[in-house]
Design a protein around this ligand. Structure first.
Ligand SMILES: [Zn+2]
Length: 107
């Protein structure tokens, strides 16, 4: 298989694996950014609040596909986490916020 095709296939399987976790995270977030705790900026054509899934641990670093490592955030927070000076701090706070939510939902 040529590398380009292999790349496409692995991205597709990544997407498939992530979908249930992403849906679960979106449902749990209930339209609120898990980083800044503000409501989603807009509602999509499908009638869902627009939030972006963010992997707090990158797959390339061996990060597991697990709710504990997937947050849903507004586009501004997502960009800041990836490109901002305080991105790493924001990312760690997000990890803690998800952990707290999972603890609350277990009780
Ligand atoms: Zn936000």
């Amino acid at each position: 298989m040529d590398p380009q095709v292999a790349g496409t296939a692995s991205r597709r399987s990544l997407y498939r694996r992530s979908a249930p976790v992403r849906r679960y995270a979106l449902a749990q977030a209930a339209g609120i950014c898990e980083s800044c705790n503000q409501p989603a900026l807009f509602v999509t054509l499908r009638g869902e609040p627009y939030l972006e899934p963010h992997h707090t641990r990158r797959f390339s670093d061996g990060g597991p596909d697990d709710r504990r490592f997937v947050g849903v955030v507004c586009p501004g927070c997502h960009r800041e986490i990836h490109h901002g000076l305080h991105g790493p701090v924001k990312n760690e706070r997000l990890v803690e916020a998800i952990r707290q939510k999972e603890r609350d939902s277990d009780t």
